[in-house]
Design a protein around this ligand. Structure first.
Ligand SMILES: NC(=O)c1ccc[n+]([C@@H]2O[C@H](COP(=O)([O-])OP(=O)(O)OC[C@H]3O[C@@H](n4cnc5c(N)ncnc54)[C@H](OP(=O)(O)O)[C@@H]3O)[C@@H](O)[C@H]2O)c1
Length: 243
């Protein structure tokens, strides 16, 4: 296992939810962080939460805009690990009501964004480095009806990582696939209904509770530290795929 002590880690999506949990865990492992997102306000709030000992820098960029990503990575310089948890809210329309623009926007934000991150990160990754992207439980247990697009996009990440792990070797490329996690995205998705959804799901999960971002962060830490893990999808879902 490679130590994260003193490494430089870029977390795209590090201002909220799972990404913020990854940033906190990586800091605790002695890393230096660059957190990236679109909202400067959210980034500064996250920097404050994470602590101000100078180990957390912020960069504002939208990963769907290649120019912004190119500028961001040029400013960041060489680094050791890329984590991305960024992505738009998943669309939920049944196939008969699918909106083409909404679908393109989702694929752009979730998948094309990851492709652009990989493109611009690859040339700056130090030897022994890794990239970890995020998919999710929807590929294994899509909500029915309305889950086809998000399921297909999430599923594509596993194949993306397998191919990229070969193309970019010896740099490693992995995917973390979380089950439901208590984050601002979930609030945005279901609003006041969240408590009811979480109570019902927790009662069914073998683990018996909904994950916090800290629960999920451990999988990203493993993906970065384990120098024998590549092309892999790490499921961390409290057994949600089994129910
Ligand atoms: N929460 C869950 O239950 C769950 C379950 C399975 C999978 N996931 C997946 O896990 C990922 C993270 O989810 P989360 O719940 O942690 O979401 P979250 O709390 O909404 O955080 C998303 C982060 O991504 C950033 N971001 C979004 N779009 C971006 C863009 N175009 N460019 C740069 N940064 C961008 C956001 O900052 P800005 O808004 O400032 O850009 C924010 O920092 C998502 O892709 C989601 O699909 C979540």
């Amino acid at each position: 296992m490679a130590s994260l002590m003193g490494t430089k880690i870029v977390v795209v999506g590090g201002s909220s939810g799972i990404g913020l949990g990854v940033a906190a865990a990586a800091l605790a492992h002695g890393a230096e962080l660059v957190i990236v997102g679109r909202s400067q306000d959210k980034l500064l709030k996250a920097q404050h939460i994470l602590g101000t000992d100078g180990r957390v820098k912020t960069v504002t960029a939208d990963m769907t805009h290649e120019g912004e990503i190119a500028t961001a990575f040029a400013g960041i310089g060489a680094f050791d690990h890329l984590v991305s948890t960024a992505g738009a809210l998943p669309p939920g329309s049944p196939i008969g009501e699918t909106d083409a623009d909404e679908t393109r926007l989702f694929i752009d934000s979730k998948f094309v964004g990851a492709v652009l991150l990989a493109k611009h990160a690859a040339r700056r990754l130090n030897r022994g480095g890794s990239m970890t992207f995020t998919s999710g439980i929807n590929k294994d247990k899509p909500p029915v009806p309305g889950g086809a697009v998000v399921s297909a996009v999430a599923g594509s990440f596993s194949y993306f990582a397998r191919a990229l792990a070969l193309e970019l070797a010896p740099s490693r490329v992995n995917i973390v696939s979380p089950g439901w996690v208590d984050t601002p995205m979930f609030d945005e998705l279901v609003g006041d209904a969240k408590a009811g959804y979480f109570e019902a799901m927790a009662a069914r999960l073998p683990i018996g509770r909904i994950a916090s971002p800290a629960d999920i962060a451990s999988a990203y830490i493993h993906a970065m530290e384990s120098d024998f893990t590549t092309g892999e999808t790490l499921h961390i879902d409290g057994g949600q795929r089994l129910i």
